[in-house]
Design a protein around this ligand. Structure first.
Ligand code: TXA
Ligand code: MG
Length: 330
């Protein structure tokens, strides 16, 4: 199979619809990361997503719908604050976990009685969802364990020859996956951090918690190894740069190409130590989120060892650090 990468236009949307209707998979852009789209009503298509990604069978998928789609056909909304969240943050980088009405294939939620739903804001994603006119089950479009894709080229890297079509919507503006929130109980519970922060939710709802590290209701996907680039990785806190530079020195002695991944602040500190090979994440939370996966992909092309410098976990950087710690886990 030859994988076609196409801009989003009448012709490619028609092709996408035909592929999905036939039970096939299509790479699609969103504002967070690219997704691997399948018809959520088709058990066979959903199973194909798990197979092609190499995804564990107990890690459920998110269903994506158009902004005009009536969510109440898919899920039960029992808490009034859910409407406030929908008004405030959709379309956008948020995923709500609600009681399923069992309309989509049970494989989507891996047999759980809940369903994760998301309304992406990316214009191309909206055009796609409107055109195909079906609920779309889509995990991030990377092989299981690999770094999530934020360009069509990243999707092609993992799925060339394995899926027929990737819709190219440019580089994702958000850069990390949506915030996943369990909204079935009285208090919204963040299962996976993202660009919409706990503080954002509290501003709208007045309350919000993080799922405990070991709580059974945590996003099942959070327990697996994730996001790893195809190079060696390490991570040090900003106050242990001497350990980082020592590791860099010994790796270089072995002939390895070394790069750092650091915020602007840490980059300045590295420069002062004579370390100039830095992929800069930037300064603001938004910039850093937008750059993190993009630069992890760049790192695997350009170095043998990537040394990340940890950042303070505040706001959207909670989500960034969650990804980076996993990407840099030994
Ligand atoms: O931004 C995103 O969310 C991207 C784009 C493509 O929309 N999608 C994405 O999908 O990140 P994926 O499959 O890589 O991650 C889905 C996360 C996993 O951590 C999974 O465990 C959780 O959502 N999840 C899905 N359904 C769930 C459910 N019913 N209950 C709890 N967690 C669920
Ligand atoms: Mg993923």
């Amino acid at each position: 199979m030859v994988t076609e990468v196409s801009a989003i236009n009448a012709e490619s949307l028609q092709k996408a619809k035909e592929i999905l209707t036939g039970g096939g998979l299509v790479g699609m852009p969103t504002e967070t990361v690219y997704g691997l789209a399948a018809d959520a009503r088709s058990a066979q298509a959903v199973q194909e997503v798990f197979r092609v990604k190499g995804r564990p069978q107990d890690n459920p998928l998110i269903v994506h719908v158009h902004e005009n789609f009536d969510l109440s056909t898919l899920v039960e909304i029992s808490q009034d604050y859910v409407y406030a969240l929908l008004r405030a943050f959709t379309p956008g980088p948020i995923t709500l976990v609600l009681k399923s009405k069992n309309v989509v294939a049970p494989q989507v939620s891996c047999g759980l009685d809940s369903l994760a739903v998301r309304i992406p804001s990316h214009a191309g994603a909206q055009a796609f969802l409107s055109y195909v006119n079906m609920p779309i089950a889509a995990p991030s479009a990377n092989l299981s364990k690999h770094t999530s894709p934020v360009t069509a080229a990243h999707v092609l890297q993992d799925f060339s020859g394995k899926i027929p079509l990737i819709l190219d919507g440019g580089r994702c503006s958000g850069g990390i996956e949506s915030t996943v929130i369990n909204v079935m109980g009285e208090v919204p519970v963040i299962l996976r951090s993202g660009l919409i922060t706990k503080e954002d939710v509290i501003r709208v709802v007045g309350k919000c918690e993080y799922a405990a590290e070991n709580a059974p209701i945590r996003s099942p996907g959070m327990k697996y190894r994730h996001y790893h680039p195809a190079c060696e990785t390490a991570m040090f806190p900003l106050n242990e740069l001497s350990k980082a530079t020592a590791l860099a020195a010994s790796a270089r002695k072995e002939g390895k190409r070394v790069l750092y991944l650091a915020s602007e602040e840490a980059q300045t500190a590295l420069f002062a130590l004579g370390e100039k090979s830095v992929l800069s994440l930037g300064k603001t939370e938004e910039e850093i989120a937008r750059n993190v996966y993009y630069l992890l992909h760049e790192a695997e092309e350009k170095c043998d060892l990537l040394i990340a410098i940890a950042m303070e976990e505040r706001g959207a950087l909670v989500g960034v650090m969650n990804r980076l710690k996993k990407a840099c886990a030994p």
